[in-house]
Write a protein that binds this ligand. Structure first.
Ligand SMILES: Cc1ncc(COP(=O)(O)O)c(C=O)c1O
Length: 497
């Protein structure tokens, strides 16, 4: 039977296989690339018609992959046929324009082309010499993003895969700055060090705790600071927590403030937090993974207020600046501190290590081999341009407000948080339903809506109560997609009770 690769899986006379040595012959590769190009173009063209969530039993895909085996070289047509028949039915279509889970999806044509070229080049941007173009393009894309979102231009940037890793690096730098020669002497077996404390709001991302785990600070030493009614860090409580820790002999190491929290997109009061950190010599790290993008808009620039006092800030272009996973930018005003933690040049790399005018990004992180991530970001920035990015962000804000207005207009639903970014949290609360019932109802609705496959939501918990949540990030999402999502949500809600 012909599959999407235009070939029968079995019994074709001319099969493209690899020999015992070497790669695909150039002409075979060209032919397969053309087929792949068609497949990708077809996938992108029809993505909006697909059922978003797969209905596959756990283990089924692995079972089929295992059964196909790998001991003997298989023809590419067969492998790609298996991709189509085994893998594709297990794909959750993040790029579907009505996929509204998490922060939506940011894939797009220019980025895809950049990814293809990066995969073909397969260079490693560890030092300038091992990859001059990848290194300098990383520098330039970081400058453009910094400028786009309104960060001070004295900040040094570096690209990592994710915000979790960026935060880990920032907090490692904070730990090093606090003294104690931890890079050299470690933490274990020492009685000359205080207990380190990190402060983040009760809405902060779990990556802060993960960093504390990895850095030997301990999850239990991340102080969860309460938030106000709009889910912003309460600065008075932060001050009290810090004072109490200082009295107890602990060392306040860092405050992680959030611009665009995961659940609601709330923004902590950075100027006040910055003042407090500066007065006590505490490292201020800002997690602007999602919300930093808003700084690109004149009307969104307020989110950057106070960032001039930050020691480090992370922004994820893979969340809301239309660069596909993965691409996370960390900016810091202390590149030398970051470098002092992570630079370690083994003998075999010395010949390629930086000379004057060169930057070796390997010196600013744990990772040595580094993908050419900047290429896809450069493609997006160049092809959308500042104006294109700004108008797409603005459209997402408009859509979020529109969706919020539909919720406001329906008495069975209520907004669960203020809408400041492309995130809307809401709740179905029919007359007479009590707390636990409302929670169960909302959890069930998310599950039911996702099972329908025409849209995709996630849930969150705010002040102990379950809420449904949509996040916008896909350039393909239109008012029609939202209207359809809203229709499915209403229909499934009424079915639940
Ligand atoms: C505010 C915030 N920070 C950090 C992260 C972690 O991002 P990443 O997946 O890039 O590690 C997320 C993910 O959703 C987030 O919402």
């Amino acid at each position: 039977m012909p599959n999407a690769w235009g070939r029968s899986i079995v019994g074709d006379a001319r099969e493209t296989s690899l020999g015992a040595l070497g790669d695909l012959p150039a002409e075979d590769l060209r032919a397969q690339l053309h087929r792949m190009a068609d497949w990708v173009a077809d996938y992108k063209a029809t993505i909006g018609d697909r059922v978003i969530s797969p209905s596959v039993a756990p283990g089924k895909i692995a079972e089929q992959l295992r059964a196909a085996g790998w001991e003997h070289s298989a023809p590419l047509e067969q492998i790609l046929g298996e991709f189509d028949e085994v893998v594709m039915p297990g794909i959750l279509h993040w790029g579907h324009p009505a996929f509204l889970g998490y922060f939506g999806s940011t894939s797009n044509g220019p980025a895809l082309l950049g990814e293809i070229a990066a995969a073909a080049l397969n260079v490693s941007a560890m030092t300038w010499r091992t990859s001059p173009a990848a290194t300098e393009m990383e520098t330039i894309t970081l400058e453009w993003i910094r400028d786009l979102i309104g960060l001070p231009d004295d900040l040094f940037g570096v690209v990592y895969d994710t915000a979790s890793i960026a935060t880990l690096h920032a907090l490692a730098a904070a730990r090093e700055r606090s003294g104690g020669e931890i890079r050299k002497r470690g933490l274990a077996g020492r009685d000359d060090l205080p207990t380190y404390r990190i402060y983040a709001s009760d809405q902060a991302h779990s990556s802060v705790k993960k960093s504390a785990i990895v850095l030997g600070i301990g999850e239990g030493n991340v102080v969860s600071v309460k938030t106000d009614s709009a889910f912003r860090m309460d600065v008075r409580t932060l001050r009290e927590e810090i004072d109490a820790d200082v009295r107890a002999g602990h060392r306040p190491l860092a405050v992680v403030a959030t611009v665009g929290t995961t659940s609601t997109g709330s923004v902590d009061p950075i100027p006040e937090i910055g003042e407090l950190c500066a007065s006590q010599g505490i490292w201020l790290h800002i997690d602007a993974a999602y919300g930093g993008a808003l700084g690109a808009l004149e009307e969104g620039r307020w989110v950057m207020a106070g960032t001039e006092s930050a020691d480090s800030i992370v922004v994820n272009p893979h969340k809301w600046l239309f660069v596909p996973l993965d691409f996370s930018a960390l900016y810091t005003r202390h590149p030398e501190t970051l470098r002092s933690v992570f630079s370690l040049v083994p003998e075999y790399l010395r010949g390629d290590a930086a000379r004057s005018g060169e930057v070796d990004y390997m010196d600013y992180g744990i990772q040595l081999g580094r993908r050419f991530r900047a290429l896809k970001a450069w493609m997006v920035l160049r092809s959308f341009g500042r104006a294109g990015i700004v108008s797409r962000l603005r459209e997402h804000l408009r859509l979020a407000q529109l969706f919020a207005s539909w919720i406001d207009a329906d008495p069975s639903f209520a907004l669960a948080a203020p809408v400041t970014m492309g995130i809307v949290c809401f709740r179905y609360q029919p007359d007479g339903a009590t707390g636990d019932e409302v929670n169960a109802l909302n959890e069930n609705i998310v599950e039911r809506v996702n099972a329908v496959g025409r849209t995709y939501l996630t849930h969150t918990r705010l002040n102990g109560t379950v809420a449904m949540r949509i996040g916008l990030g896909n350039v393909l999402t239109t008012e029609e997609h939202l209207a359809e999502a809203w229709q499915v949500i209403r229909m499934e809600s009424r079915r639940q009770g």
